[in-house]
Design a protein around this ligand. Structure first.
Ligand SMILES: Cc1cc2nc3c(=O)[nH]c(=O)nc-3n(C[C@H](O)[C@H](O)[C@H](O)COP(=O)(O)OP(=O)(O)OC[C@H]3O[C@@H](n4cnc5c(N)ncnc54)[C@H](O)[C@@H]3O)c2cc1C
Length: 472
């Protein structure tokens, strides 16, 4: 093996638990870290917000590399061309990268590997994806079975950041020098500062110590007036945090849990990491996960072509406070709590009977953590046409969900200011307010805040339509 190698960073913007970097260092005297801004991916919807987060993450990785006498070379262009050029420029003889399971990435890597010495090492899941399939090699479609297979495997160890210098040759041009203005304008910077150091800080804050939030997760995760979750998904999305490091932190917290309830809480967080692996493996086997319902009956549902209903949903004007609050939060910040994602997604598919694919695309265009595997899988689940298909009969009634998870209306009032003065009794279903209370609350239904677009019964009708599609 030659003296200089490229470490091609893709969805692993970190130095901790970086097996591809380690492999490169093992066989080379010098390593050139490179990230390629791929025009094909930049054209994808939602690229703008995520691109700002990504650029911030690249800058953070560059800074971390500089403390090790190295730096990040950022280039733009078709990956094969960029890599060919950079190998010649740097005199490199091999490329090391972490495996990426998405269909586009696999096609790209096959093309590169046909022309260049590309070594794919590691994986973006906790366990190797090939160890997480059914005995016949197919992907699991039922989460319970997947979880059992996952839990039967020993937890893989995580690698600390490398100690040896990367010895990167000086003078290679990096676009980071000219992208300066980009990160400064981002509006989610405060809530989600990009980078590995922040990801690790959040992981520690969530899992370390006897009072760690992970011990209350099972009870607080769905409370919309509190911040009971780890808020790590954008960091997982770009590999600023290793899922193995997160699983290891959870297992340590489990060992130190003060009581049985806390243990149960840690287990429920660990289970979310298992869901993440589940959808990544599923997408690797079902590359049309974003385009086609996993089960054929999903293709027989007579979705309504209702652009107006869709616009009302997307802009937070359905008349259902919880749905509207979530959709407005999404547009304003690129974020929405999981509970509200479930309610909003099911509302589109079941109450409005609008094709889940429209919603999937809207989410991917706006979510900072927008991830094709996780988003596609969750949308199919929420619409009841994908994994664990029992959900086709499950309904999320937005009023009940709002009463249960936002009992004082803190969350809905924050994102739907028209409801600021509406009494608690009506804040989840404001159309029930008598006219004099509407006037007193400055919230006249149909004028200041929309009347509900559909009735609460409409989801039950949709359930019958789904049932019928299944029978045919
Ligand atoms: C319709 C819909 C679309 C979604 N789209 C995305 C998406 O594009 N990207 C994304 O990362 N998550 C998506 N989720 C899953 C989930 O909402 C987010 O991962 C979660 O809200 C992130 O917040 P957190 O980091 O505080 O999570 P925590 O509750 O602290 O969970 C820890 C981690 O577990 C993983 N996780 C949690 N819930 C799920 C889940 N339901 N499925 C798979 N992994 C999960 C995430 O990596 C998360 O960071 C979607 C959920 C729904 C219902």
């Amino acid at each position: 093996m030659g003296n200089i190698a490229l470490w091609w960073v893709r969805r692993d913007l970190r130095l901790h638990d970086a097996p591809a970097l380690r492999a490169a260092l093992k066989v080379s005297a010098a390593v050139v870290p490179v990230f390629i801004l791929d025009p094909t991916l930049a054209r994808a919807p939602g690229a703008a917000a995520r691109r700002r987060f990504l650029i911030g993450g690249l800058r953070a990785l560059d800074a971390a590399l500089r403390t090790r006498g190295s730096y990040l070379v950022v280039r733009e262009g078709p990956p094969l061309e960029v890599l060919e050029g950079l190998m010649t420029e740097a005199g490199a003889s091999a490329i090391f990268a972490e495996r990426d399971l998405t269909p586009y990435a696999r096609r790209r890597d096959e093309m590169v590997a046909r022309r260049l010495p590309l070594h794919l090492i590691g994986h973006p899941t906790v366990h190797p994806p090939e160890a997480l399939v059914r005995p016949n090699g197919a992907a699991y479609r039922v989460f319970g079975a997947f979880r059992r297979a996952w839990q039967a495997l020993p937890l893989p160890s995580t690698l600390p950041p490398p100690e040896q210098p990367l010895a990167t040759p000086d003078g290679l041009f990096s676009l980071l020098h000219v992208e300066d203005g980009e990160t400064k304008t981002q509006n989610n910077e405060e809530e989600f500062p990009p980078g590995e150091a922040e990801a690790l800080r959040r992981l520690r804050a969530f899992t370390d110590g006897p009072e760690a939030p992970i011990y209350r997760y099972a009870w607080e995760r769905d409370r919309l007036d509190r911040e009971g979750t780890a808020k790590l998904s954008p960091y997982f999305r770009f590999g600023m945090l290793s899922p193995r490091a997160a699983a290891a932190a959870a297992v340590t917290a489990l060992e130190k849990a003060p009581d049985a309830e806390s243990q149960q809480s840690v287990r429920s967080w660990l289970q979310e990491l298992i869901w993440r692996d589940f959808f990544h493996v599923l997408f690797a086997h079902e590359p049309t996960l974003r385009q086609r319902s996993l089960y054929p009956f999903g293709e027989r549902i007579p979705w309504r072509s209702d652009p107006e209903g869709f616009a009302a949903w997307a802009e937070g004007r359905t008349g259902y406070p919880l749905v509207d609050a979530g959709m407005r939060q999404l547009r304003a910040t690129g974020w929405m709590p999981n509970r509200v994602r479930m309610v909003a997604a099911a509302f589109l598919a079941k109450h409005l009977l609008i094709d889940w694919r429209w919603g999937e695309q809207w989410f991917i265009a706006h979510l900072l953590d927008g991830d094709p595997a996780v988003n596609g899988g969750n949308w199919q689940w929420a619409a009841g046409v994908g994994v664990d298909t029992a959900p086709y009969v499950r309904l999320f009634q937005p009023v009940v969900q709002s009463q249960r998870h936002d009992p004082y209306g803190v969350y809905v009032r924050r994102w739907v200011p028209e409801l600021a003065n509406v009494p608690n009794e009506y804040v989840h279903a404001p159309w029930k307010m008598p006219p004099e209370i509407q006037r007193a609350a400055n919230c006249r239904i149909g004028i200041d805040y929309p009347a509900p677009r559909v009735t609460e019964r409409s989801a039950r009708q949709a359930r019958d339509i789904f049932r019928e599609a299944r029978r045919r």
